[in-house]
Ligand binder design. Structure first.
Ligand code: DHB
Length: 452
């Protein structure tokens, strides 16, 4: 068992512009017996001060407080644990706001695609999820010595971190991760969690290229950004690139393959015709329409060029995608030149980047290898949503202006979970780009509803 000293904490105080926050903190607690990356495989624990004097906070007590479990994973990079702080304008960050709301906050560091030890990669798939699971097991093993209800662990993450939040919640206690967990000396405890909050989860990677071309295949311009260092600052300039013809040829092939996947999965009975239209596409149009309706109620104007016509109740989906623009080239995830985060994620201890789909391998322009099936399978939340350890409660947000993955990806997750009998709170908030934690009062209200 990794050591844990309940007395080894500090008393902390954050002064925000609305409230003060007092809490106790344990920093850098190792959560595995045999860490591969000892500086990363640690967690921080934060507990509101009230719980040490028998007090209540927002109706919670030391025993009943939910355990909020945010991760800082982005781009599948290694990540340190999150910690509470106050922004310059006096507002609380997510972790401070969660403490102020009465939650216990535990956050774990995790290995990622860039983690190395002695020139070997030690954080390629599935290391990141293995680490988060090991941390959950550790929390359960010390639950009687900290505050919070270990049966109310709620994970939170954005993008790659949103995908990890989904995977953690879906794959609770799956035996498939056991060899990896044993390797790092994880505590023999349950790694099930209660609920997941997922902002723009970049999951289902092996179906993301086809999904992306289904949505953006009619667009031969890629709207990206150029990052340039300008003294201490980074300057970001929007750039528009014409997509080469050979890439558009790949787009057409990928696009054609997507309906078959949808029809095999048939989430919530939704299907797709060969041309990409049908009830699945209609469902996404309805989500966009609902998003615009909600936005209008709070005073937002819906531009006429967006393809959304509220008075007619219609969405011209290709026009809407033209309006938000295409961000990635085909193949957006398994790149012929191995240039994506995902190619890097699926490297091995000695190979930095690999393909992870048959299509990617067949169209490799750099003689790339393909990752074996297992790490790819173990990174996809979709593979576990019918599994008995899958969490019951889900909140998924994907901005209606988020172009990092197709809308089809979070929709497949949400509808697949509903089919599996889970409760899912899902929408595409209008105008929101690739981002997370932008609606903390609503997130916390959801957590309170499922926990009380
Ligand atoms: C992230 C963004 C991406 O576009 C992607 O493909 C993978 C991860 C991220 O922001 O974490």
């Amino acid at each position: 068992m990794p050591d844990f000293d309940p007395a080894a904490c500090t008393s902390e105080h954050l002064r925000g512009n609305l409230t003060d926050l007092r809490f106790r903190a344990w920093y850098g607690v190792p959560y595995t017996e045999h860490p591969a990356a000892p500086e990363l495989q640690v967690l921080h624990i934060f507990i509101p001060e009230e719980y040490f004097t028998g007090g209540n906070k927002n109706g919670y007590t030391a025993r009943t407080a939910p355990i909020f479990f945010p991760n800082a994973v982005g781009g599948y990079m290694e990540a340190p644990p999150c910690r509470p702080y106050v922004y310059e304008d006096g507002t609380f960050n997510t972790e401070a706001a969660a403490l102020a709301h009465g939650y216990v906050v535990v956050s774990a560091g995790a290995r990622g695609k860039n983690t190395q030890m002695n020139s070997r990669n030690i954080g390629k798939a599935p290391s990141v999820i293995v680490d988060l699971k090991a941390a959950v097991r550790f929390i359960r093993s010390v639950a009687d010595r900290i505050c919070g209800d270990p049966d109310k662990i709620i994970s939170n993450g954005t993008s790659a971190g949103g995908a990890m939040s989904a995977l953690l919640a879906a794959s609770g206690d799956s035996p498939l991760y056991e060899p990896y967990l044993n390797e790092i000396g994880a505590v023999p405890e349950s790694d099930r969690i209660f609920a997941a909050s997922c902002y723009c989860p970049i999951t289902n990677l092996e179906n993301s290229d086809t999904a992306y071309e289904w949505q953006y295949g009619h667009l031969d311009r890629q709207h990206g950004h150029r990052w340039e260092q300008d003294g201490d600052h980074w300057k970001v300039t929007p750039v528009v690139n014409r997509i080469p013809e050979e890439r558009m040829a790949l787009s057409a092939l990928l696009r054609r393959a997507f309906p078959d996947y949808i029809n095999r999965t048939a989430p919530h009975g939704l299907t797709m015709k060969e041309d990409g239209t049908g009830s699945f596409a209609d469902h996404i149009k309805q989500l966009i329409l609902d998003s615009a309706k909600t936005a209008v109620q709070s005073g937002t104007e819906i531009p006429s060029g967006s393809g959304v016509d509220l008075s007619a109740g219609t969405v011209d989906f290709p026009k809407y995608c033209t309006y938000i623009t295409r961000m990635k080239m085909p193949c957006a995830f398994d790149d012929p030149e191995l240039h994506t985060y995902e190619n890097d994620l699926f490297g091995s201890d000695t190979v930095d980047k690999r393909h992870f789909t048959q299509f990617g391998l067949e169209h490799s322009r750099c003689g790339g290898e393909c990752a074996p099936d297992e790490p790819v399978f173990l990174m996809n939340a979709m593979n576990f949503i019918r599994h008995k350890g899958c969490a019951q409660h889900w909140r998924i947000r994907h901005g209606a202006a988020d172009r990092d993955t197709s809308f089809a990806i979070p929709v497949l997750l949400a509808e697949g979970l509903r089919d599996a009998g889970k409760t899912v709170d899902f929408c595409l908030p209008w105008g929101v780009p690739h981002s997370g934690d932008y609606d903390l009062p609503e997130l916390f209200a959801w957590i309170d509803r499922i926990c009380r």
